[in-house]
Design a protein around this ligand. Structure first.
Ligand code: THU
Length: 140
């Protein structure tokens, strides 16, 4: 992963914390999704008074990008914390891992978790979702 692109992704994910709508959990999450052609799509969590319809930051980013015609992605950066204060890594929930699995190659798609621009952890989607159910499973 190109260091400048990684820096840009981390900065965009932190910027998205400002747009997070989390009046119920007070846990703000920001994401930045990188498409194969180099575009960045930001996302934040958007909560709801009925709780169930709430949407995670990662899925907001994926749906936003897909609605712009993108279907090919290489990486995502995720940051989050109580009241938007990032003190630890914020790994994607199971539902978001599955949504990423729909569009991303588990062997190459990189998930960047960041506490700060300097403190990061990188995993592949396959490491986060081993033996996952994908489109190809439906062919068997
Ligand atoms: N959240 C995300 O945005 N992404 C995740 O992967 C985990 C959880 C959000 C959902 C909810 O608005 C808040 O964090 C607390 O669960």
């Amino acid at each position: 992963m190109n260091e400048q692109i990684k820096k840009d992704m981390i900065a965009e994910a932190f910027k998205m914390l400002e747009y997070s709508y989390a009046p119920y959990s007070h846990f703000k999450v920001g994401a930045a999704l990188l498409s194969a052609n180099g575009m960045l799509y930001g996302g934040c969590n958007v909560e709801n008074a009925a709780y169930g319809p709430s949407n995670c930051a990662e899925r907001t980013a994926v749906f936003r990008a897909v609605a712009c015609g993108e279907r090919d992605f290489s990486a995502i950066c995720v940051v989050g914390g109580k009241e938007g204060e990032v003190t630890d890594f914020c790994p994607p929930c199971g539902v978001c891992r599955q949504v990423l699995r729909e569009f991303c190659d588990p062997d190459t798609f990189t998930v960047i978790l960041a506490k700060s621009p300097e403190e990061t952890k990188e995993l592949t989607l396959g490491e986060l979702l081993p033996f996952g159910f994908g489109r190809e499973t439906l062919e068997n």
